[in-house]
Ligand binder design. Structure first.
Ligand SMILES: Nc1nc2c(c(=O)[nH]1)N[C@H]1C(S)=C(S)[C@@H](COP(=O)(O)OP(=O)(O)OC[C@H]3O[C@@H](n4cnc5c(=O)[nH]c(N)nc54)[C@H](O)[C@@H]3O)O[C@H]1N2
Ligand SMILES: Nc1nc2c(c(=O)[nH]1)N[C@H]1C(S)=C(S)[C@@H](COP(=O)(O)OP(=O)(O)OC[C@H]3O[C@@H](n4cnc5c(=O)[nH]c(N)nc54)[C@H](O)[C@@H]3O)O[C@H]1N2
Ligand code: SF4
Ligand SMILES: [Mo]
Length: 756
């Protein structure tokens, strides 16, 4: 094999290493694990009517699955093929034929269908309209649809309108034009799925180190001394990372996991495209620390306390390049070991063991995800990780970094393009000064007040304060807490517009007055090609792929442009773009950090904004040029007697799109209630027994699935589990819902708790 030119790949030891194997059973026979070869056969079968198109998408397109990022079948981190089962499952969304719109004439039978079945009916081919009292949708022309929507927007105040975008597949160009159009229509109430995903990460990183994204690249994982995953399960959610982890381990990296569940995929994984790992598996985590749901601040603060007590710090870095260390230390001194143990669910010894791992490492990368962000104190969770990262200057240098690993393919670019109610393009805060500057560039007045965040849009709808709600993809009914409340809210909005590629159940909610469906093009169908930004800040070009086109589906950027021109005809020339190349040229001017985007022309073209490391040379983009430690109080997360804390998790699904009844990584079916053996015993419950979970918000019936999970914590899959979540619990700054709940557990059919 030729020597790799990819950074850090030269550190990977050649030859097989049995000490890293998961076991001696070839192919892990008999183990609970996904069969990735079967996934390939399934994808071939599913896409057989459009085999050539499917192949072109895989071999030339930028993946529309997660935000890891790949062009065609190769990435910028490792040699060899980059492909996974998520991408294969999502492929059909791009190749399937149009649905028969006659099916929409009467919705009675469709209302019985699950979202997965609705999606399988096919692509949405034409604009459709349904008025109050009508049984279903009828076809309407684009002209009439856009005129009607524009008329309604003009007839109301911009304050009474809201716009939401999924991050599923959305390219930068769609976000950029959408936010410009919405701002021209007089409001900042445009938000995207990043709000309910990593918003606390962006807020806290900006406030402490002046960076709004990961500071490092994936290649920094390979050969770092210590790689830590906190509240993150990339084996399921960014599967190709298991290959990066394999290489990292072969370059001497130790992996630690902090989680409330011993995720099977993070313990060992069989990587299909690597012979050694495919045969014998790879042991991934070297040390897993089980913590309480919500126990991370306590665990990380305890870790910090040990590090300070033992002097496992880089004092030079702390003195020269940081501020706030003393205040942080003072806050820690107030926190007793008793509280730290009780709230974290881990022992003082375990925190010491982790502290020693961090203390002994001269390089480390910290990766986190939804287990950290989706809490009322999500911002503090992130700050606690940043504190730890700053103890030894684990930022801005090789093999070091702070990485909020992103979810949806489109999510990194969403807020950076300004499709965010609290940020303008470039992630700049919405305030009068930034509004004035943007207004000068655009040639029209840009509103200077922050708009409605996603959860607040639904609150406004519920309160009767929204006249127009435009949602591009996504499904409020399934991605936000308390579906009954969301249903009521959506049913009150006089005009709902759903721009989408397929059907979903939120579209079928009866109109308060009017519902309009608009068919969107996928990213591969957009003339001129598009770009997407990955977690590691890489802006990648995805070309238009020749193949089947669907009815009258149009690129979403064009839909927004046309709409805004109708609402503000006097601004038509200022809102016009001839194509995606012209959009990229404007992005390069308005968002200087995206400079280079205008030169991307073909598959594989890319530019990583900010370079491999942000905060390089320990220069921090904060007012004093320093990185800031945070003094963090312990959130009171104690679990009242007789109760459990339940968190929502992903199975074999892509967010609201469910792919399989059973998750092959965990063995859990959709209705599973993951529970520790200890709790099951205490409640007198057996594996598989039916139980009811009751929270203040609602109840959920499922089946006990005994798993290596922290006692007093439970997990259920979402969206099914969303009925348990109280919508009022949200984080203070970022406004992300807390997707966890306190529940009582009862055996199904009993009124009294199952406890004996
Ligand atoms: N196959 C697949 N891939 C996906 C997605 C998908 O739905 N399916 N979704 C995409 C999206 S949008 C995103 S954001 C990412 C999400 O990626 P992840 O954040 O990895 O996804 P989750 O399944 O929500 O996993 C949360 C993890 O945190 C743990 N956890 C829960 N609560 C706590 C806590 O309080 N503390 C700690 N330390 N751990 C906790 C859970 O046990 C679980 O391992 O995945 C992306 N990729
Ligand atoms: N309980 C609970 N809820 C959660 C989470 C959790 O962990 N627990 N995670 C949250 C997270 S991290 C995220 S990112 C959000 C996800 O929130 P969203 O992004 O809003 O939801 P998705 O389910 O990913 O959206 C998929 C739907 O979008 C549409 N769609 C798919 N592709 C396209 C496209 O190319 N264009 C258009 N216009 N539409 C398309 C289809 O209707 C599809 O059904 O959910 C959040 N909700
Ligand atoms: S890991 Fe993510 S980016 Fe890579 S192929 Fe899978 S879904 Fe696509
Ligand atoms: Mo997400």
């Amino acid at each position: 094999m030729a020597r790799s030119t990819k950074k850090n790949m030269e550190k990977v030891r050649k030859g097989w290493d049995p000490s890293l194997w998961a076991g001696l059973k070839p192919f892990g026979i008999g183990e609970e694990r996904p069969n990735n070869y079967a996934e390939i056969l399934r994808a071939v079968w599913e896409n057989k009517d459009e085999a050539l198109y499917a192949w072109r998408i895989l071999s030339r397109g930028v993946c529309d699955g997660c935000a890891l990022g790949v062009a065609g079948l190769h990435d910028w981190t490792m040699d060899g093929v980059h492909l996974c089962n998520i991408r294969l499952r999502l492929l059909r969304l791009n190749t399937m034929p149009a649905l028969d719109t006659r099916l929409l004439a009467d919705l009675a039978s469709l209302k019985q269908k699950k979202s997965a079945e609705l999606k399988e009916l096919g692509r949405l081919p034409y604009p459709m309209i349904r008025r109050r009292g009508e049984r279903g949708f009828t076809r309407i022309s684009w002209e009439r649809a856009l005129d009607e929507i524009a008329g309604r927007i003009r007839a109301t105040s911009p304050r009474r309108t809201g716009y939401y975008m999924t991050s599923r597949g959305e390219p930068n160009e769609n976000y950029y034009v959408a936010q410009k159009a919405v701002r021209a229509m007089g409001t900042n109430s445009i938000d995207n799925a990043a709000r309910i995903c990593h918003s606390p990460s962006t807020v806290s990183l900006k406030a402490t180190i002046g960076a709004g994204a990961t500071t490092c690249s994936y290649s920094d994982w390979i050969g770092t001394d210590l790689l830590v995953f906190i509240g993150s399960n990339p084996a399921n959610n960014q599967p190709v990372t298991t290959k990066y982890m394999y290489y990292a381990k072969k370059a001497g990296t130790k992996i630690a996991v902090i989680n409330s569940y011993r995720e099977p995929g993070m313990e060992r994984y069989w990587i299909p495209s690597n012979l050694e790992s495919a045969l014998f598996g790879t042991k991934i985590s070297d040390r897993t620390f089980l913590v309480n749901v919500g126990g991370d601040v306590a665990f990380l603060n305890g870790t910090l306390k040990h590090m300070i007590e033992n002097g496992w710090l880089d004092r030079g870095f702390i003195e020269r390049h940081t501020a706030g260390f003393k205040q942080m230390r003072a806050a820690l001194e107030e926190q007793s070991w008793e509280d730290l143990e009780r709230l974290s669910g881990a022992s003082r010894e375990e925190m010491r063991e982790f502290a020693r791992m961090v203390g002994e490492a001269s390089t480390a990368v910290f990766v986190w995800s939804m287990g950290i962000t989706q809490h009322e104190f999500g911002e503090d969770n992130v700050r606690a990780i940043i504190n730890l990262g700053l103890t030894k200057g684990f930022v801005g240098r090789d093999n070091c970094g702070l990485m909020p690993i992103r979810g949806h393919s489109g999510v990194q670019g969403g807020a950076e393009m300004g499709a965010y109610s609290t940020a303008f393009p470039g992630g700049l805060p919405v305030n009068p000064e930034n509004a004035r500057k943007l207004g000068e560039l655009y040639g029209f007045e840009v509103p200077s007040e922050p708009g409605l965040t996603t959860p607040r849009m639904i609150d406004a709808a519920h309160d009767g304060e929204l006249d127009v709600l435009v949602s591009l993809g996504g499904n409020f009914l399934e991605v936000l807490p308390d579906p009954d409340y969301v249903r009521e809210a959506l049913a009150r909005v006089p005009l709902r517009v759903h721009v989408d590629i397929v059907l979903s159940n939120q579209m079928l909610i009866d109109p308060a007055d009017t519902v309009i469906l608009l068919p969107a093009a996928t990213r591969y169908e957009i003339p001129g090609g598009v770009t997407q930004t990955s977690t590691e800040r890489r802006i990648m070009y995805s070309p238009e792929i020749p193949g089947r086109r669907i009815g009258e589906a149009r690129p979403e950027w064009e839909i927004f442009m046309e709409l805004a021109k109708r609402v503000r005809p006097e601004l038509a020339d200022k809102l016009h773009f001839d194509g995606t190349q012209e959009i990229r040229e404007e992005i390069a001017r308005v968002v200087p950090m995206y400079d280079g985007i205008q030169h991307l022309r073909k598959s594989g073209d890319q530019v990583q904004y900010g370079g491999p490391h942000l905060c390089a040379g320990w220069k921090f983009d904060t007012p004093d040029g320093k990185a800031h430690f945070s003094a963090i109080a312990l959130p009171e997360t104690g679990i009242p007697e007789g109760m459990f804390v339940v968190t929502t998790r992903r199975g074999k699904q892509f967010n609201s799109m469910i792919h399989e009844e059973k998750d092959a990584l965990t063995g859990a079916v959709r209705e599973a209630v993951l529970m520790s053996e200890e709790d099951a015993r205490g409640l007198g419950l057996a594996n598989g027994e039916r139980v009811v979970l009751r929270s203040e918000a609602g109840e959920f019936e499922g089946r006990v699935h005994i798993a290596p999970i922290k006692p007093r914590t439970l997990q259920v899959h979402w969206p099914e589990g969303n009925v348990l979540i109280d919508r009022r619990h949200r984080s203070a700054v970022a406004d992300i819902p807390d997707y966890n709940a306190l529940v009582r557990v009862e055996r199904a059919g009993e009124r009294e708790p199952a406890a004996v």
